[in-house]
Design a protein around this ligand. Structure first.
Ligand code: UFG
Length: 339
């Protein structure tokens, strides 16, 4: 298939581009580079040996989106593009709702007009809300605790309604747990702008000496060591899950499917620190800080639906995730260069 990857220069998008090309697909990227660097494209071309057509614009621009579909031949879309910082979404709700919803509307309209009705959407385990039952299964009720999370809940609902209106649609919503790690080459990885919000990039920046110490947000949760427990999934396993989902929906008869992508294993903050120290050989100093508002004690997937329906399994351990993150971080201590 010729696959349009929105947000293809971003962290998960870029790893998925590599997996798509490995699987024999052609890729077209659309990205406005608002939260990614153009230099990632050259690295992707170096790894894959393939020239990647890139369209640089914001998908909320309806005319440019229409123009893209009018001039490129596209069979399917993987839609990663969107704002994704939980804390920022609380202070800028209008930006989040407008950007994440308008870009999806613009994309879906253009897809429909051009008879492209195969879509894989980047959703999140955040749709299981504030007090999820564990392990999380796809049929649990959805809700959210912040505007970012609500955009994921809302877009899933919109996609469900679109799928119900026209059975030619083939849509997958993939609920990611906590993506971490980097490509095995060390050339591609997570490059957050500013202070990292997420645990793994923060730990990596402490280990490489960019930050003094980590704040562990709470050690009094009802978890084995008191720190938050998450289902960390290697970004390359996650990327493989997109290819599996795309292949499945292209043959499938149901207009919409939802799959969790996680390992099913919970790992605590202190366990991540320990694994990272082992992988890097560097100390990761930390202090215990108050809980972060909106955090839950534990989150981990029941990935059995994706295992059985997609024949997809997360293969990499937390040690693999830390080793690959370290290769990327130590080789690129300041992330991607500007040019
Ligand atoms: N943590 C720290 N210190 C930090 C950062 C995080 O102790 O500096 C802790 C958190 O409290 C949590 C764990 O590390 O216990 C993981 O936190 P992350 O911020 O890495 O990930 P979250 O689980 O909070 O959020 C992630 C994604 C969201 C998504 C959510 C639910 O970033 O986009 O999972 O799926 F919504």
């Amino acid at each position: 298939m010729r696959v349009l990857v929105s947000g293809g220069a971003g962290y998960i998008g870029s790893h998925t581009v590599i997996r798509l090309i490995d699987a024999g697909h052609d890729v077209v990227i659309v990205d406005d580079f608002s939260n990614s660097k153009p230099t990632v494209i050259g690295r992707l071309e170096g790894i894959t040996g393939v020239h990647l057509p890139v369209h640089s614009f914001d998908l909320t621009d309806v005319d440019k989106t229409e123009h893209l579909f009018a001039h490129e031949s596209i069979d399917a879309v993987i839609h990663f593009a969107g704002f994704k910082a939980v804390g920022e979404s609380v202070s800028k709700p209008l930006d989040y709702y407008q950007n994440n919803l308008d870009s999806t509307f613009s994309l879906m309209r253009a897809m429909d007009r051009h008879d492209v009705r195969t879509l894989v959407f980047s959703s999140s385990a955040t749709v299981y809300g504030a007090e999820p039952q564990l392990p999380m299964t796809e049929d649990l009720p959805t809700s959210a605790t912040n505007p970012y999370g609500w955009t994921k809940v809302m877009i899933e609902q919109i996609l469900t309604d679109i799928a119900a209106s026209d059975d030619r649609w083939r849509i997958a919503a993939l609920r990611y747990f906590n993506p971490v790690g980097a490509h095995a080459s060390g050339e591609i990885g997570e490059d957050p702008s500013g202070i990292p919000n997420n645990l793994m990039p923060f730990v990596a920046q402490v280990a490489v000496g960019r930050r003094e110490k980590l704040s562990v947000f709470g050690d009094d949760y009802d978890t084995p060591d008191g720190t938050g427990v998450r289902d960390y999934i290697h970004v390359d396993d996650l990327a493989a899950g997109h290819v599996a989902a795309l292949d499945r929906i292209a043959k499938d008869s149901s207009p919409i499917s939802i799959w969790n992508l996680g390992t099913g294993q919970g790992v605590s903050v202190l366990e991540v620190i320990k694994a990272f120290e082992k992988a890097s050989g560097k100390p990761v100093p930390y202090e215990i800080a108050p809980r972060r508002v909106g955090d839950i004690a534990a989150s981990y997937a029941d990935p059995s639906r994706a295992n059985s329906e997609l024949n997809w399994y997360a293969t990499k351990t937390i040690d693999d995730m830390c080793e690959d993150t370290w290769r990327w971080q130590s080789g690129n201590p300041n992330g991607y260069p500007d040019a």
